[in-house]
Design a protein around this ligand. Sequence first.
Ligand code: UGA
Length: 316
Amino acid sequence: MTKALVTGCAGFIGSHLTQRLLSEGVTVIGVDGFLDNYDVAAKLRNLGEIGNHPAFTFHSAMLQAQRWKDWLDGVDVVYHLAALPGVRNSWGKAFADYVNHNVLATQMLLEACLQQPKPPTVVVSSSSSVYGTMQGTFTDETAPLRPVSPYGVTKEAMEQICQVYVKAYGLRVTMLRYFTVYGPRQRPDMAFHRFIRQLLKGEQVVVYGNGQQSRDFTYVSDAVEANLLAARHALPGEIFNVGGDREIKLLDVLAIMGSLLNVTPKIVFQQGPAGDSLRTCADIQLARTRLGYRPKVTLEEGLRLQLADMRAQAKG
Ligand code: UGA
């Protein structure tokens, strides 16, 4: 592979993926519309980390601007990360924006890929939120989809529209269901970012619900690796869970954070916004066998890295 398009290249996962591709000698076209779901300055900082790499061309635009001639020319692989993320803000009027950025924009991208003389491979970022609250032990990709947030509904719809293009036209699209990704540059609305920021400032940590909810947290470099592996090995229409090293309760994560920082977190429990899954736990057997995916970064190590990054940012 020589040339890639990364949509959402200034975002959390997108910026890490772009850096990794450039480090492997891939020419990268990056597109980002700077949605204002969080401080745009943080996205500019993410871009700053990519730097002025000679093999990187950046386009500041929404996908809806449809400048496909600039973006898709000669591209072998599209990594589609542009989206409006976050489960808890997707209610009410915001839902129309979620549909626009997560479903309609994806369909425009698929249509444009189809028009290329040699349609690229497309790796699409989906989410564990399509499952809702998980039952049983581990959840594999055949589990029923029962999203509990409007955001999860848009991610499910996004997957469905991809499958339609696979079935009708044989477009080489594969989908990755990430499980709560964390690490340096994590979105500021996400739990680890908020907890670490509060702990560094000596503030109370706000936990939604009783803290007994659990997640399978995935370190960002593992999510990036899954993208590369999917581009290389996945077949059209395949969907993979991308999880981390284990399932853990939120309060147990806070205990680890406390010991890394040598503090006892002062926790205040609040009723959380609707839309939260109570439990996620990824069966990653399919990604292991089909892609060779193995999460490499333990939660303890990943937290250490995110903490170090946020400390450095705080010092400016
Ligand atoms: C995250 C992302 O925000 C979604 O965009 C993504 O699709 C999803 O992961 C996924 O791919 O699985 P979420 O699991 O809710 O969603 O991740 P966090 O925002 O890190 O929240 C984790 C848990 O911490 C949730 O139960 C949440 O309610 C809780 N939380 C969050 C708090 O207790 N306090 C906070 O201040 C923030």
